[in-house]
Design a protein around this ligand. Structure first.
Ligand code: ATP
Ligand code: MG
Length: 565
C-alpha cells in the first residue's frame, strides 16, 4: 500500500491527516465531512467508496457527515436522481441525520459573496463568448490573454452583475469572472468563470435564477458555509485547490482543509456517468438498476448485500494513485457476506429427468433438509420426494472419466438429504441420440444419506421432485463486458464493442416448493450453483423470479486489493 505511514498505525493517509489536525487542535478538534454528489446520475461503486470514506471518517472521529447535492447544473439534474442517491446512501447504512443540504439553497448567499468580490475589485463582468474565453485562456506552456473587459470599473461591474441577476441580458451574453491572473501557470487561476446566464429551469429553484454559479465557485463556498472541516475529494480537484483557497482567502470565511484521493475503477465494467447513461439510453441494459450495472441500485437488485459492498470499499483502501480493482474481489466480498446467512435450497438449472424404478408409483414422502449447513438456528425445510426427480444434466456422464464422482452407468451417488441412487439405464432421443432420461434405483435403507452398512459414495448431487417442483424464471447474470478495460478501444471503436453477448441468459427451471414463500429481495443459495436473489420488480406472490447474484466459484487471488499495479 502506498498510503503514508500505513505500516505504523494501520490507517490510511486521510485518516492520519485528520488525526493530525485533531491532535493539533485545528478546527477545535471538530471533524465534519460531507458527501457532495451532483444529482445527474445514479451512484455507482466508486461513489460508494467515497461515501464510506466520508461517513466513515466522521464516524471514526466522532464527527458529522452532511449529504449535500451540488446541484448547480440544472440541465443535467433531476429530483429522480436525487431520490435514488438518498435511497442508495441509506441502503449502504449511512445516515446524514437532519443535515441534508443543496448547493441551490445557497444561491442567494453565493450571490452575496460574489457581490463582495465585485465590490473588492476581485471579480468582473466579461462580454466575451465562452469560445472567446477559451481562446484567451492559453495553454500549459503559454500564458493566457487578458479580457478587454477586465478593467471595467467596480460600479460598472456591480451594475452589470446585478443586471445579470435581474434577467436583463440574454443567455450566454455575459459571465462573471474572478479577477486573478491570466499568467498563472495554473489554468484554473486564469480569471475563471463564476456565473453564467441561463434560463434553464432548476429542479428546486424553478425559474427564480437566470444566472447559475459554476461548480468551482459553488463547491468550496458551500463547504465553507456548512463549516466542513475536511473536504475530501478526488484527485482531479488537486489543481482546483489553489482557486478554492483563493476565493476563501479573499472572502475571509471559514477555510476547510481539502484532501484529495484517487478514484477507484473496477475491471469488466465502466464507471463514467456518460458511459452508464449511454448504456441505459440505448437500451443495452434494462435501466439504471439493471443487475449488470455497477450502480448501487443495480447491485441491490442483483442481491448484493450492502455489508459486502462496504467490506469491499474497506478492502480497496484509500490511495493517491488511480487504479483498477479486480471485480473478483467485489464478488469475493459478496460471497463472504452471504456464506453465513443465505438460506440453502435446491434448484436444477439444466434439468434431466430421473425415474426411480423401484420407488412405488404414486407414492411420496417428506424428507427434511437444514436451511443452512453449519448454523442450525435457521431451522429446516421439508423436501418432498417421489418416483420422478430432476437432477442437473451435467451430473451425469455416459462415459465418465475416473475423477468424475457423480452419476454414470452403474454408479451410485447420494441425493442431498435423500437416498443413495444407482444409475441403471438411460433413455435416448431416437433422432439425436442424446440422453433424455435416466433410469435409476434407490436404496430404501439410505434415507437421510447414510448407508447402514457403512458403504460410501463419492458424490452428492442436488435434485427436486418433478411432481412437487415449481418452475421459475431464473436470470443468469454475468459480467457486462468481456474484457477487463472496456474503454481501451482502437480509434473509431467504442466501449460498446466489448459488451459481453452472454451477460444475461434467461432460463426456466424446476426448484423445490419451499421457495414459493420467499419475499422479494431475499437472497438464497441454490446448493452447488450460486447465490440468487428474488427479483424485486418482476416477482409475484407465489411466483418468484430469481436473479443470479454470484456463482460459488471464487476467482479472487487474495491480497488486499487496493494498490496493485
Ligand atoms: P461528474 O462530476 O462527472 O458528474 P462524478 O463521478 O464526479 O461525475 P459526483 O456526483 O460529482 O460524480 O461524485 C460525488 C462524489 O463521489 C465526488 O466527491 C467524487 O469525487 C466521488 N467519486 C466519483 N467517482 C468516484 C470513484 N470512481 N472513486 C471514488 N470516488 C468517486
Ligand atoms: Mg464530480
Amino acid at each position: 500500500m502506498e498510503s503514508i505511514g500505513e505500516q505504523s498505525t494501520g490507517h490510511h493517509f486521510i485518516h492520519q491527516r485528520i488525526a493530525e489536525d485533531c491532535a493539533a487542535g485545528r478546527y477545535e478538534g471538530r471533524v465534519h465531512t460531507r458527501f457532495p454528489p451532483e444529482p445527474n446520475g445514479y451512484l455507482h461503486i466508486g461513489h460508494a467508496a467515497s461515501i464510506c470514506l466520508n461517513f466513515g471518517m466522521a464516524e471514526a472521529f466522532g464527527g458529522l457527515c452532511n449529504l449535500r447535492f451540488d446541484d448547480t447544473n440544472p440541465i443535467r439534474e433531476t429530483s429522480e436522481y436525487a431520490e435514488s442517491i438518498m435511497e442508495d446512501i441509506r441502503w449502504l447504512g449511512f445516515d446524514w441525520g437532519d443535515r441534508l443540504f443543496y448547493a441551490s439553497d445557497y444561491f442567494e448567499q453565493l450571490y452575496q459573496l460574489a457581490l463582495e468580490l465585485v465590490r473588492a475589485g476581485k471579480a468582473f463582468v466579461c462580454d466575451l463568448s465562452i469560445d472567446e474565453i477559451r481562446a484567451h485562456r492559453g495553454t500549459l506552456t503559454e500564458p493566457g490573454r487578458e479580457s478587454p473587459y477586465r478593467d471595467r470599473s467596480i460600479e460598472e461591474n456591480l451594475a452589470l452583475f446585478q443586471g445579470m441577476r435581474a434577467g436583463d441580458f440574454p443567455d450566454g451574453s455575459k459571465v462573471l469572472r474572478a479577477r486573478i491572473d491570466m499568467g498563472s501557470p495554473n489554468l484554473n487561476l486564469r480569471d475563471p468563470v463564476m456565473y453564467r446566464i441561463s434560463r434553464a429551469r432548476h429542479h428546486r429553484t424553478g425559474d427564480s435564477w437566470p444566472i447559475y454559479p459554476m461548480y468551482d465557485w459553488a463547491h468550496g463556498q458551500s463547504d465553507s458555509i456548512e463549516g466542513i472541516t475536511h473536504s475530501i475529494c478526488t484527485m482531479e480537484f488537486e489543481d482546483h485547490r489553489p482557486l478554492y483557497d483563493w476565493f476563501i482567502e479573499q472572502l475571509g470565511i471559514h477555510h476547510p482543509r481539502q484532501i484529495e484521493f484517487a478514484r477507484r475503477n473496477l475491471s469488466y465494467t465502466v464507471m463514467s456517468k456518460r458511459h452508464l447513461l449511454r448504456l441505459v439510453e440505448e437500451g443495452h441494459v434494462a435501466g439504471w438498476d439493471d443487475p449488470r450495472m455497477p450502480t448501487l441500485s443495480g447491485m441491490r437488485r442483483r442481491g448484493y448485500p450492502s455489508g459486502g459492498v462496504r467490506e469491499f470499499c474497506e478492502r480497496i483502501g484509500v490511495g493517491r494513485r488511480e487504479n483498477t480493482v479486480d471485480i473478483s474481489l467485489l464478488e469475493h466480498c459478496i460471497r463472504q457476506d452471504l456464506e453465513g446467512r443465505a438460506l440453502r435450497y435446491m434448484g436444477v438449472l439444466n434439468p434431466i429427468k430421473v425415474v426411480i424404478e423401484n420407488y412405488p408409483e404414486g407414492a411420496e414422502e417428506e424428507l427434511e433438509g437444514p436451511l443452512h449447513p453449519t448454523d442450525s438456528s435457521f431451522g429446516s425445510r421439508v423436501l418432498p420426494f417421489s418416483r420422478e426427480l430432476y437432477i442437473e444434466a451435467t451430473d451425469f456422464m455416459e462415459d465418465p472419466p475416473r475423477k468424475f464422482f457423480r452419476l454414470g452407468p452403474g454408479r451410485e451417488v447420494r441425493l442431498r438429504y435423500g437416498y443413495f441412487i444407482t444409475s441403471k439405464d438411460v433413455v435416448k432421443d431416437p433422432d439425436t441420440g442424446a440422453v433424455v432420461e435416466l433410469r435409476c434405483t434407490y436404496d430404501p435403507d439410505t434415507r437421510g444419506g447414510q448407508a447402514p452398512d457403512g458403504r460410501k459414495v463419492k458424490g452428492t448431487i442436488h435434485w427436486v421432485s418433478a411432481r412437487h417442483a415449481q418452475t421459475v424464471e431464473v436470470r443468469l447474470y454475468d459480467r457486462l463486458f468481456s474484457v477487463s478495460d472496456p474503454t481501451d478501444v482502437p480509434e473509431g471503436g467504442s466501449f460498446l464493442d466489448h459488451i459481453n453477448p452472454d451477460s444475461l441468459t434467461v432460463i426456466h427451471c424446476p426448484v423445490e416448493p419451499a421457495l414459493r414463500t420467499l419475499e422479494a429481495g431475499a437472497v438464497i443459495q441454490f446448493e452447488r450453483q450460486g447465490y440468487f436473489c428474488v427479483d424485486r420488480e418482476d416477482s409475484r406472490p407465489g411466483a418468484p423470479v430469481f436473479n443470479r447474484t454470484v456463482t460459488l466459484r471464487d476467482s479472487w487471488k487474495g491480497g488486499a486489493g487496493g494498490e496493485k499495479a
